[in-house]
Design a protein around this ligand. Structure first.
Ligand SMILES: C[S@@+](CC[C@H](N)C(=O)[O-])C[C@H]1O[C@@H](n2cnc3c(N)ncnc32)[C@H](O)[C@@H]1O
Length: 290
């Protein structure tokens, strides 16, 4: 009978012996495991963002004119927040930031000026979620009162400061959200818009934890046959307040558009006749409080 040969093949290979599971390595502000960085193909690290379509599932809809696409929140939250962190959105609108915070196991505090909107957005969340996960404040984000209210909510949620700040202001008067004098879409002129934006950004700065990130989502406008560089001016105002600029991302807005086609030819004619270009992008600017 042939003897059983004890050869090295029956022993675990040396290579397997040496295979060590790397520990999880994260930054202070994200749960991304840097030791498994190749697993994060879906996370963007370049400055050109194209999303051909708005995400409509998981609680999101497109009923509010002027809301941002949820993919922006997904990208920002995964890179700049940890599970259970609080995102502060000072222009809450239809609550995209809050919905995505819940989807991604983060929490959110949102401030929105229009009472009827703050009220209807609340209906998107359960009474329990409105206590523990998403706090909606109806108020004017330029004001000291709104800042105090945010502080009180943070305290109830067991935090002193928020871990991420989202600013998605009106793009000056492109879409008029209300007739209220505190509404940034209803300013007397663009200079006043910039000043009011700066007040909101100052409140955001004061409420944000040191070392954490802020995002400004904004597009430019045309007024009196001239480009109003809203994005760059608001960016400059934030830098003046002490935010460190980390990225200027150009985002294709075609996925935002509700309906196109009908007016496209008219705008093309106007562009050719007036010597201007049709906006196809907006900005996502990322800052850090250092
Ligand atoms: C561009 S929308 C934000 C949309 C939101 N990101 C979303 O996805 O639904 C701007 C919002 O800011 C609100 N707003 C304008 N001025 C404000 C102010 N002073 N304080 C708080 N909210 C304000 C408007 O009513 C509007 O809903």
């Amino acid at each position: 009978m042939p003897r059983l040969r004890t050869n090295t093949k029956l022993k675990p290979s040396k290579k397997a012996d040496l295979q060590v599971v790397k520990p999880v390595k994260t930054t202070k502000y994200s749960d991304i495991n840097l030791n498994a960085w190749k697993n994060y193909d879906h996370i963007k690290t370049d400055t050109l963002w194209e999303f051909p379509q708005r995400l409509r599932e998981h609680g999101h809809s497109n009923e509010y004119h002027g809301n941002y696409i949820p993919q922006i929140a997904q990208q920002l939250y995964e890179r700049f927040t940890k599970k259970n962190d609080i995102v502060l959105d000072l222009f809450f609108g239809s609550g995209t930031s809050g919905i995505e915070a819940l989807n991604m196991h983060r929490r959110c505090i949102g401030v929105e000026l229009k009472p009827e909107l703050a009220e209807s957005v609340s209906e998107k969340f359960t009474p329990k979620e409105l206590v523990t996960d998403v706090n909606i404040i109806c108020g004017d984000s330029t004001s000291e009162l709104a800042k105090e209210k945010v502080k009180a909510r943070l305290e109830i949620m067991g935090e002193e400061k928020a871990q991420m700040l989202i600013l998605h202001p009106p793009y000056d008067d492109i879409i008029k959200f209300s007739d209220k004098p505190e509404d940034l879409s209803n300013c007397e002129n663009t200079e006043v818009f910039y000043d009011m934006f700066e007040q909101v950004a100052q409140n955001g700065y004061d409420l944000l934890e040191k070392g954490r990130f802020a995002a400004l989502i904004i597009g430019d406008s045309y007024k009196n046959s001239e480009v109003q560089p809203l994005g760059f001016e608001c960016m400059a105002r934030m830098m003046k307040l002490g935010f460190r600029l980390k990225a200027i991302i150009v985002k294709d807005i075609q996925g935002n558009e509700k309906a196109k086609g009908k007016t496209a030819n008219l705008w093309r004619y106007r562009a050719l006749a007036g010597g201007f270009y049709i906006f196809k992008h907006e900005y996502v600017m990322v800052f850090q409080k250092v």
